[in-house]
Design a protein around this ligand. Structure first.
Ligand code: NAD
Length: 297
């Protein structure tokens, strides 16, 4: 039975994953090499729990109990020796992840399941550095984790059916909806989403439509909550480009070639929300959507 969960990486995704599991009664060891990131993660979790309390979806005592279930660690070995499940949500860098999984395989109990929240790195490749490839799986949460219902469950080449079933049951236990995918570049979510965003950027580059027109068509015409260009800014254009490159390298078809405008914007440092400008301009504290001067008519 899964009770003790170690989360590796306490950034955007790691703090959300820790929050949700602790809220549903699991003991969480949240681990990061960076002290500042750990402190920020606890502050973010407390702030997000406060929001749930003020909305009436959580009681004050549940907030206190949730926070009490989260312990923070710098050292992976200390945090993972008693884990039933580890969810790795460290930076999207293949060498970092392979190194983490090698260490986890050495220190975790033999029955412990090792999951990765990677957006695009092969689960099979990660599993292959361990001696328990049957117990390695993808658990791809969406941002923001406490709000988004989906968990994409990714079977590596050697993941056992029993482990997949355990992760499906666990995802339901934290009130998420699992969808199982096989281990091909981009899995399901990014195989479909990122080429759509890339096509929106090609449409902008070719002058088919402006930023607002493209986003309006997809929002109002296709009932998407956010247009693809705004979504790209939110995800980060550097991340979108990295995933397009994974699709292009892994699938080898021209249709996955990253749009030159996307490449230029990343090279110029216009990553979207995190850098303050992408297709739109972002000013701290303002919710108004203002098109970047680069795309004004
Ligand atoms: N941000 C998203 O929208 C999103 C969505 C789905 C999946 N993901 C995936 O989740 C993972 C984490 O992404 P993020 O956006 O939270 O990144 P982030 O940069 O916000 O956080 C990554 C954290 O990992 C820590 N870290 C780096 N190396 C480490 C190590 N060896 N041991 C422990 N901690 C380490 C960093 O200090 C940092 O705090 C990535 O694989 C990413 O592809 C991200």
């Amino acid at each position: 039975m899964i009770k003790n969960i170690t989360v590796i990486g306490s950034g955007t995704m790691g703090n959300g994953i820790a929050h949700v599991f602790a809220q549903y009664g699991y003991n969480v060891n949240l681990t990061d090499v960076n002290d500042v990131a750990l402190k920020k993660a606890l502050d973010t979790i407390a702030k997000n729990l406060d929001r749930q309390v003020s909305k009436g979806s959580l009681k004050e005592e549940e907030k206190t109990a949730t926070l009490a279930r989260i312990k923070t660690y710098r050292d992976l070995k200390e945090s993972a020796t008693k884990a039933d499940l580890v969810i790795e949500a460290a930076s999207e860098n293949v060498n970092i992840k392979l190194d983490i999984f090698k260490q986890l395989d050495e220190v975790c109990p033999p029955q412990c399941i090792l999951a990765s929240n990677t957006s695009s790195i092969s689960i099979t490749k990660i599993a292959n550095v361990t001696k328990r490839a049957d117990k390695v799986i993808g658990m791809h949460f969406m941002n923001p984790v406490p709000v988004m219902k989906l968990v994409e469950v990714i079977n590596g080449y050697k993941t056992s059916k029993e482990i997949t079933e355990t992760i499906i049951t666990l995802s339901k236990a934290i009130n998420k909806t699992p969808a199982v995918a096989n281990d091909y570049p981009g899995f399901i979510a990014n195989r479909i989403l990122i080429p759509m965003i890339n096509e929106a950027i090609i449409s902008l580059q070719e002058g088919v439509g402006g930023v607002e027109e493209i986003d309006t068509v997809m929002k109002l015409g296709m009932a998407h909550p956010m247009g693809p260009l705004q979504l790209a800014d939110f995800i980060g254009l550097d991340v979108c480009l990295a995933i397009m490159n994974v699709l292009y390298d892994g699938l080898g078809k021209d249709k996955y070639a990253p749009c030159p405008l996307l490449v230029n914007m990343v090279q110029a440092g216009n990553f979207g929300v995190k850098s303050g400008e992408g297709f739109y301009k972002y000013t701290a504290g303002s919710k108004e959507l203002v098109v970047s001067d680069m795309f004004r008519k």
